[in-house]
Design a protein around this ligand. Structure first.
Ligand SMILES: [Zn+2]
Length: 266
């Protein structure tokens, strides 16, 4: 994607909601204004230059981060920089626990793929209290925590605008990516999709991929369900999304995991 010079990378997609899309993995960072010079920053990502660009864009919009949110404990969702300020960065209690427990692996991931971040700030999260809302002075939030894709994965829904910040789900360029360390990753994923499908979503912001409207959100939910159904039934991959090469190997891992499971149970 090309951005003209001197134009904010952060695009206002609806009143007070901004999204910047990084080149690496088509990663989205979401900013929601509190209407009073402050903002909530969800999953700021992904390279050092991207975070510097975000901080610069926020300065030119006269928005100061007042809180952060990390949707799940994967390295590209728990980043931060000094310039973004010393503010609470919330996540579900399970995400906080997993980010602490798996810190060494997360650091390895960020150093391999997007080196140069301040590791003192990396993955430093505060558990949400209460667990289903972000305490801040901006638009009301509903935090939906489920176990699809990663333990404690949380989507943030803004009922006032029908905006869903989905984390690593509901993408137009990714198949469902399962957490194969869990006992029932497909069941967990389907349960997570059910929770999201119940919401009156008018706009979806996935962790990776394009922002979509309500109809597009429902299309992606159906594609994800169909993918999981095919996977379970041993169907060949026939997902219509433009799936990148690395996702084909993730798909093959999911097929192999399932084959091992059925060998175990037979
Ligand atoms: Zn992820």
């Amino acid at each position: 994607m090309w951005y003209p010079e001197h134009v904010n990378r952060l695009m206002e997609i609806s009143a007070g909601v901004y999204v910047a899309t990084g080149d690496l993995y088509v990663t989205n960072s979401t900013v929601v204004s509190d209407g009073d010079g402050g903002c909530l920053l969800v999953d700021p990502a992904v390279t050092v230059a991207d975070l510097a660009g975000l901080a610069a864009d926020l300065r030119s919009l006269a928005l100061r981060p007042r809180a952060g949110f990390a949707t799940h404990p994967h390295w590209d969702h728990v980043l931060w920089s000094f310039e973004l300020g010393d503010v609470p960065r919330f996540a579900s209690p399970l995400t906080v626990a997993v980010a602490e427990r798996e810190r060494a692996g997360l650091i390895e991931g960020v150093q391999r793929s997007a080196p140069g971040h301040d590791l003192d700030l990396f993955g430093r999260l505060n558990p949400l209290d209460p667990p289903d809302a972000i305490t801040w002075h901006g638009p009301q939030t509903l935090v939906i925590t489920h176990q699809a894709h990663a333990p404690g994965h949380s989507a943030v829904f803004f009922p006032g605008s029908g905006t869903l910040v989905a984390g690593d789900m509901c993408s137009d360029i990714e198949i469902p990516l399962l957490d194969l360390d869990q006992a029932d990753p497909i069941g967990d994923y389907l349960a997570g999709l059910e929770r999201l499908a119940e919401l009156p979503v008018e706009r979806v912001i996935p962790g990776h991929g394009a922002v979509g409207d309500g109809a597009e959100f429902r299309r992606r939910i159906e594609l994800d369900r169909a993918y999981l159904d095919d996977l379970r039934r041993g169907q060949d991959l026939r997902d219509p999304r433009p799936i990148a090469g690395w996702l084909i190997s993730e798909h093959e891992k999911q097929v192999a995991w399932l084959a091992k499971g059925s060998a175990r149970h037979s």
